[in-house]
Design a protein around this ligand. Structure first.
Ligand SMILES: [Zn+2]
Length: 135
């Protein structure tokens, strides 16, 4: 049934990359997303209506700095990543919560500050903790 195969193909091509997009310009990283025009709710993915108030949305750019919401070390094999490696959810200062890779395998402290410093060739956001090492 060739028609059914076409349907499956069009469905898979319509599936968006779930990771937040970021733009590097002049060495600075900006996270691209959308914001509600009525209640200012920030989002990493384009939606027609705000999930909070149903208002209209528009494109927005967010700061790469934020607070660590959660962080962990992954010890499972993931394509493109050699375990162990650390990841974190970063609550951007004026924006949404984004999933980022962090350097090394030590999770970042919850509540500490971190900044998105780069984007890998695969499109993963990479952040570094701003906390000083305690000696
Ligand atoms: Zn809203």
């Amino acid at each position: 049934m060739p028609q059914r195969e076409n349907e499956v193909e069009s469905m898979s091509s319509a599936t968006a990359d779930p990771r937040p997009r970021a733009v590097v310009s002049g060495g600075a990283v900006t996270v691209a997303g959308w914001r509600c025009r009525d209640c200012a709710h920030p989002m990493t993915h384009e939606v027609l209506r705000c999930p909070v108030c149903r208002g209209g949305t528009g494109a927005a750019a967010f700061s790469p700095q934020g607070e660590v919401f959660a962080s962990t070390c992954l010890r499972i094999r993931v394509p493109g990543h050699e375990p162990p490696f650390a990841m974190a959810y970063l609550l951007l200062d004026d924006g949404p919560r984004v999933l980022v890779h962090t350097e090394g395998e030590q999770p970042l402290r919850v509540g500490s500050r971190a900044v998105i410093t780069s984007i890998t060739a695969d499109g993963d956001l990479v952040a570094a903790g701003c906390e000083q090492e305690e000696s």
